[in-house]
Design a protein around this ligand. Sequence first.
Ligand SMILES: O=C(O)CCC(=O)C(=O)O
Ligand SMILES: [Fe+2]
Length: 296
Amino acid sequence: MGKIKHVSTDTSIEDMLAILEEDAGLIIDDFLSLESIDAIKDDLKPYLNVTRNGQDEFTGFETKRVGALMARSKTCQDLALNPLINKMADSFLGPHCEDYQLHFTSAIQIGPGESSQILHRDRGVWGGFIPRRIETQLSTVWAINDFTQENGATQVVPGSHKWDKNRQPLQDEIAYAEMKAGSVFIYTGSVLHGGGTNNTNSSRLGVFLHYAPGWLRQEENQYLSCPPEVAKDFSPELRSLIGYSKGGYVLGFFSDPEDKEGKLESVSPEKIFGESRDKYEKLATPEDLVKESTRK
Ligand SMILES: O=C(O)CCC(=O)C(=O)O
Ligand SMILES: [Fe+2]
């Protein structure tokens, strides 16, 4: 069977990145405290109780998905902002963008009797238009209960990020992200993976938080999931991470349609919240801007 490497929170970022480069997936064991796991369960319960199962094969007829996790769970906010994970996202996505952003939040609960999801690459959300040399996602799956091969642990094919796009894995090349509650599985947008079969009588629950370059459209629309009246209570760091900031000199600016005094005209979204910062406000030189418009 394929194998996913396990590391600890003490492992160096360099070693973790080396595994990601080789396998495009790894597990960091025992990351979360019991209190955090319980808090997430409590936060998600009211939504999981009322959410319907998926309506197609991909989202799973026995699987529930709950989004808007930044608006719905303070503990999920902490996970999204976790310094180690953000350091990894920065290192992994850094060569492909000026800034990365939170791209997708979903609690995925695979229920008893669910069958395997088709193996896929998450970079497919952009329709396959992005050249493979660009890495599109650094994704985290936080185990809220134990992930086992029997209850639907995510299937992953280590190394398949380097494969020809049509190559399919043999059964023994598929690994399962088996891990204890509180561990986190990290994988990239380029690796084959999919939800597993649940042959048990209880559900498997994971919190999926994905990061992507700031210049790409987000899979989950954060401005609607966390509108300004909700985001005003977030920390400036979280607001910036979900997209209430610019991603380049002019990328992502806005103008307040109600403003008749010229105050919020062509400015960074950070200004809605009274913040003064805008790291892209100053243009180095017009020549630099033009030079960077084509990297290679
Ligand atoms: O639930 C899982 O383990 C994986 C889900 C997944 O990969 C997806 O829906 O894109
Ligand atoms: Fe996926």
